[in-house]
Design a protein around this ligand. Structure first.
Ligand code: GDP
Ligand code: ZN
Length: 370
């Protein structure tokens, strides 16, 4: 949902409206408002503490009471939270509102689970540089990731000033459009400011993230959208009330023209994580064709009566698309298989440890950690 689709009445007048507060969040938050809690959006998380922007300004809050065992559910930038209306520094996050969307990545470390990178993102803007040859496979990978998160993908072909010929530019746009069914494809030049208004209008008043390869022009685009240097946007805070100030960087910023941009470490270089539905959505025309295959579990390899292979033969479906689809599906299956194996191994270790320590000792230890 974006703000522009809401009645102009209550939401935009709310002090959190610039941060994405809308009637949906207001309704979700109602029971906590009754308890006197303060609504807020998480703009930064670090080691068990977070900065939350509230109607009373940015407050520091401890996440101790909302720390689950599932790392996918830990507080992250973009979450909507209920925090103590007053109290010391830090205050406490009392609850998180259910997420509308979430960006997750597989961790490369020993931990087997996904890691949550950003929550409640409405649009994933995939920056694709026109300064280098288009890599449609890479675009498809980012699209899968975006769809899987629940956010609406938007492709921004950046550095359009480097393709001055409008005909050449329109061909490039069309190439990407056929690769991205259901996705707006725009051209922008952060250098000249071209297309930024269309991009802003496309993402509405909602929350966006910028994805894309290094060098694609994300930072430059972010700065253009923010109208200032992101890295210079800092929030000073009085940590202990003794006049000692620290400087922190927010990972969630309100755009001057409306809308919110989230930029967290790790989000930019994120990889696929259990994104089968997302991959399917990128290749929606293949999934549609597959409905006409003779066998419902057709792998579109060499089966008789395969509608997908027939479409490749007739030229309707580019073979590159089918190969890219297979590649991303295989990659995704590999990630899922790897994850499951790790989860199983970890659980086994857990059981052994519990057996050795004894259940009571284990419980006591866990209690002590709280
Ligand atoms: P990031 O790694 O995705 O954040 O990419 P950057 O924003 O750092 O941009 C990479 C390079 O592309 C830099 O040298 C920028 O100056 C250049 N660049 C970014 N946007 C534009 C643009 O609109 N036009 C041109 N010509 N160059 C751009
Ligand atoms: Zn088939």
């Amino acid at each position: 949902m974006n703000l522009s689709s809401l009645p102009a009445s209550s939401a935009p007048s709310h002090p959190l409206a610039p941060y994405g507060w809308d009637e949906g969040w207001e309704a979700e938050f109602a029971p906590f408002a009754e308890r006197g809690l303060l609504p807020g959006r998480v703009v930064r998380v670090d080691r068990g503490l977070c900065d939350v922007v509230t109607p009373a300004g940015v407050v520091r809050a401890d996440t101790e009471f909302v720390v689950p065992r599932d790392p996918m559910k830990v507080v992250c930038t973009g979450d909507w939270a209920a925090v103590d209306p007053e109290g010391g520094d830090p205050r406490y996050v009392r609850t998180l509102l259910p997420r509308r969307t979430a960006f997750v990545r597989s961790t490369s470390s020993k931990r087997s689970e996904g890691q949550i990178l950003a929550a409640n993102v409405d649009h994933a803007v995939i920056a694709v540089s026109l300064a280098v040859e288009l890599d449609l496979g890479r675009v498809e990978r980012f699209l899968a990731l975006a769809w899987e998160s629940g956010a609406q993908p938007v492709v921004a072909l950046t550095k359009a000033d480097l393709v001055p010929d409008p005909v050449a530019l329109s061909y490039l746009v069309r190439d990407v459009e056929t690769t991205a069914p259901g996705v707006p494809v725009l051209t922008v030049s952060a250098l000249h400011g071209d297309g930024l208004d269309v991009l802003v209008a496309t993402v509405g008043g909602g929350t966006s993230v910028l994805l894309g390869q290094s060098g694609a022009g994300k930072s430059t685009l972010a700065n253009a959208l923010l109208g200032e240097d992101v890295m210079d946007v800092r929030a000073a805070r009085d940590v202990d009330g003794k006049g000692r100030h620290t400087t922190t960087t927010r990972n969630l910023l309100a755009l001057s023209g409306g809308g919110v941009l989230i930029d967290t470490p790790g989000l930019r270089g994120v990889g696929l994580f259990d994104a089968e539905a997302g991959v399917g959505q990128v290749f929606s025309e293949i999934q549609e064709l597959a409905g006409g295959c003779r066998f419902h579990d057709c792998a579109h390899e060499s089966e008789p009566g395969c509608a997908v292979l027939a479409a490749v033969d007739s030229g309707e479906l580019p073979v590159r698309r089918l190969e890219s689809y297979r590649k991303l599906m295989r990659e995704n299956q590999w990630i899922v298989a790897k994850t499951d194996a790790r989860v199983r191994a970890e659980l086994r270790r857990d059981w052994k440890r519990k057996g050795a320590m004894g259940k009571a000792a284990m419980e006591a230890k866990r209690g002590g950690l709280r």
